[in-house]
Design a protein around this ligand. Structure first.
Ligand code: ADP
Length: 489
């Protein structure tokens, strides 16, 4: 279905549709025009041929003796005196017919073998018939007197003919031409068009698709590159388009926009880094001074309680500022990881011991599950921070007398470290968001557990900086399992 959402396909479809309509329209017009031109030409030549035969044989036809009845009929028709007949010339009829024969044969425009030529006398008796009229004669009764008429008839064999007829005082003249040949030419044109139209369409569609493909390919490249550009690699630019066309301008505008974004991001990062840095020193000083004050003897119970609470908040604030600094540095690429060989099973065992102290206050048991010796390449301090973060969360969000289990195993392509708890769990809708900065799940069971919402964002960054992943599987009120997958090298 993606295909139908592409401009390339839409362009090709529209192009094909318009081209098909144009080709069919053009073919039909060409066909109809040719047909009408051919039949007009045929009619014109038939008219002139019948006219010619008429003019040519009229003087000779006078010599053909007309029967008495025919003469009377003619007289009635013309309402005038009958033409003179010279009954003394007994042979005149034969002489005239021979002359007609010869003239028709000699005339270059007439071909009695292809054309049907038939001459009847006024009585309808045959005077001349071309050899092509081998079978039967041409029958047409409504013959105009003195003018020419062109009609369509069928001969006795059933062939379609275009017929020009006329009659004068002496004879009826028929000149016809079979339409088969004309139809054959038209059929030829029609089958050529029927074959060539789809062929032209296929070639044009392939060409059109290729054209759309090549001209829109840079758009695909722009989309793919733009998709890869995130806040972390705003220094990347789209490959410059060589030509100053629509795509060239689009690329340039896009690159300008990324440039402005990069500048804004850099400003925000500088501001956050400066702000965190400026906060760090006074916080440390305040923490130190409160610790000194708390050590003083003779403090009133209320004052001591207040100072302790302020101290706890300061510790929390310092940890938030530290986490922020870590994230800002990681984003700006200023946080350099020191990669070494790290034995994960040893690290996990140490972390479980450290966590034991933390967990014992809530009577939570920290256990080791499957612990296999796995080595990965990584920054030991950061990996430790990542796992400690997960274990601290597990203890934080597990009610007293719960259980936290740490395990490290081989997995396809690397190591898998998981931290499982029997805690409050995370609702499904929040599971993808908990790795975002400052995101904390709002649920009653969390109670007043304090936190900044930055721990898992840092954990995710550390996992990804090692080309690994972090994932969670959780069920509310049953517990959660965080799994970190790290590649072997
Ligand atoms: P916080 O400082 O709030 O713990 P994190 O980024 O570490 O911030 O965690 C984000 C949120 O994910 C927490 O506020 C909590 O709601 C939820 N969460 C993290 N770990 C667990 C866990 N093991 N069990 C239940 N909820 C958890």
């Amino acid at each position: 279905m993606r295909l139908f959402h592409s401009v390339r396909t839409k362009l090709t479809l529209w192009y094909t549709l318009i081209l098909a309509a144009t080709l069919v329209g053009f073919g039909a017009t060409a066909y109809l025009f040719t047909r009408s031109t051919l039949s007009d030409n045929l009619d014109r030549s038939l008219r002139s041929e019948v006219q010619w035969v008429n003019e040519f044989i009229e003087p000779k036809a006078k010599k053909i003796r007309l029967k008495r009845s025919a003469l009377l009929e003619l007289q009635q028709l013309k309402k005038s005196a009958p033409p003179e007949t010279r009954s003394d010339e007994a042979d005149s009829e034969d002489v005239a017919i021979d002359a007609i024969w010869n003239q028709i044969y000699q005339h270059t425009l007439l071909s009695p073998r292809r054309q049907y030529i038939q001459i009847l006398d006024r009585n309808g008796d045959l005077l001349y018939r071309s050899p092509s009229l081998a079978k039967g004669s041409l029958q047409y009764s409504d013959i105009p007197y003195g003018s020419t008429k062109v009609v369509m008839i069928r001969n006795e064999e059933g062939r379609e003919l275009r017929l020009a007829v006329t009659q004068n005082d002496y004879v009826k003249i028929f000149v016809a031409y079979p339409l088969d040949e004309l139809n054959e030419v038209l059929d030829g044109i029609f089958s050529d068009l029927r074959l060539l139209t789809p062929l032209a369409l296929i070639i044009s569609v392939i060409g059109g698709w290729f054209l759309a493909y090549t001209s829109l390919k840079p758009v695909d490249t722009i989309t793919r590159t733009a998709r890869k550009i995130t806040a972390q690699n705003l220094n990347q630019r789209l490959p410059a388009h060589q030509v100053d066309d629509e795509l060239g301008r689009l690329t340039a505008t896009f690159n300008d926009m990324i440039g402005r974004l990069q500048e804004s991001f850099a400003q925000i990062q500088r501001f956050s880094a400066d702000a965190s840095h400026e906060l760090r020193t006074p916080l440390t000083v305040m923490r130190g001074e409160i610790e000194v004050a708390l050590r003083k003897k003779g403090l009133l119970g209320e004052t001591k309680r207040l100072l302790t609470s302020i101290h706890d908040e300061l510790v929390r604030l310092s940890s938030i500022v530290e986490s922020l600094m870590t994230l800002i540095k990681s984003e700006s690429g200023r946080l350099v990881l020191r990669f070494d060989e790290v034995e994960l099973s040893t690290m996990i065992k140490e972390i479980s011991e450290d966590a034991q102290v933390l967990a014992s206050r809530k009577k939570i048991k920290v256990d080791l599950g499957r612990v296999e010796p796995v080595k990965v390449r990584g920054d030991a301090a950061r990996l430790r921070q990542l796992f400690l973060n997960l274990v601290e969360n597990a203890v934080k969000y597990t009610p007293p007398r719960g259980k936290v289990t740490l395990s490290v195993e081989h997995s396809t392509g690397g190591a898998s470290v998981s931290v499982q708890d029997t805690g409050i769990g995370i609702p499904r809708r929040d599971q993808t968001k908990i790795f975002d900065r400052f995101y904390r799940v709002k649920q009653e069971s969390s109670g007043d557990v304090s936190g900044s919402g930055l721990g898992l964002a840092i954990a995710k960054w550390i996992a990804e900086a090692h080309r690994g992943t972090i994932d969670v599987k959780s069920e509310p009120r049953k517990g959660s399992t965080f799994t970190v997958l790290l590649p072997r090298s």
